[in-house]
Design a protein around this ligand. Sequence first.
Ligand SMILES: *[C@@H]1O[C@H](CO)[C@@H](O)[C@H](O)[C@H]1NC(C)=O
Ligand SMILES: *[C@@H]1O[C@H](CO)[C@@H](O)[C@H](O)[C@H]1NC(C)=O
Length: 397
Amino acid sequence: MRCPKCLLCLSALLTLLGLKVYIEWTSESQLSKAYPGPQGTLPVLTPASPEPTLPANLSARLGQTGPLASAYWNQQQWRLRALPSGDSTETGGCGAWGAAAAAEIPDFTSYPTDLRRFLLSAACRSFPRWLPEGDSGQVPSCGETDIPYLLLAVKSEPGHFAERQAVRETWGSPAPGIRLLFLLGSPVGEGGPDLGPLVAWESRRYSDLLLWDFLDVPFNETLKDLLLLSWLAHHCPSVSFILQAQDDAFVHTPALLDYLRTLPPSSARVLYLGEVFTQAKPLRKPGGPFYVPGSFFEGDYPAYASGGGYIISGRLAPWLLQAAARVAPFPFNDVYIGLCIRALGLVPRAHRGFLTAWPADRTTDPCTLRDLLLVRPLRPQDSIGLWKHLQDPQLHC
Ligand SMILES: *[C@@H]1O[C@H](CO)[C@@H](O)[C@H](O)[C@H]1NC(C)=O
Ligand SMILES: *[C@@H]1O[C@H](CO)[C@@H](O)[C@H](O)[C@H]1NC(C)=O
């Protein structure tokens, strides 16, 4: 039967249907743009978990295959064999690396103050522990019988007493296989109140503060990552997993342990897990957060796990330290760890249960958060309330 009108109707209907699907699709992608949180957590294609390796020349690994960009980081990385290991400002010392950067970057004086300060001392990475006067400030090493399965290494700032206490009372509370440590810079800030005596008391009371004598500012975060890794090499080399989180994170520790225990050994050996960003690019708006001048870095960021909270296998710790000695300094610690992981030939593993940019107006409803592994930022009192609910056997969702 021939029916031109039917055909016309049909095609009109199909067009309408197509339009509806298109509109829904675009409005949905717009909605998700407003809340970028879980967007970055799409699974990355993971090749059959390779073992870490560190080739003599990292250029190809770090994506330096095309014509070489003239930006300082790109040029440095191309030439770099190893960062100076000395602490001094003498020729070849760590200070000399920064002085050279200041001299060679044409528009260095126009860089934001933080970035300039970062670059001047970026190659200086060995700092002594900060110890209160007359105090041994001992943080016990892991014994032979109490090797932690999961070390919770929480980046804190000296003044964040409430945040630390909330972690101790909730997700960092003593449990089999768990060890809690806080990572801090010097409690004697620049022009701030001297928190030394208070922090010293706290350190004696809890023996869970690892303090180093450097200025505790956001651009020095990478020091916490790297100094922890070298502390582990001497004091806790056999730990299975390390969580590096901010002190405003909430970690659902039991769920995280369950997840880690179900990982196949091949993934557990080379784990770098978190909320993964795969398409991040440097932000070029001067004055904006995370601004990176074009004369400093060109190219895309490597896939990296958000610094709000990520996990690595303990056996990667010495590998990361070796990589860091040969990857040119970068101001943001999570991007930098991503670069080091990439230098090792590894890739991050994404998990949807890591939400490191949880909007403040979002609920702290235990049923919503029960299936997540890590959320931030949460206020100390919200963490305490949430932890209580999650422990409650009466909790029905
Ligand atoms: C790395 O290899 C490239 C060629 O692929 C070479 O031009 C560059 O100089 C090498 N870098 C180092 C540090 O040896
Ligand atoms: C990081 O700490 C060192 C040592 O205290 C200091 O010299 C440097 O200026 C600090 N970095 C920044 C960005 O303030």
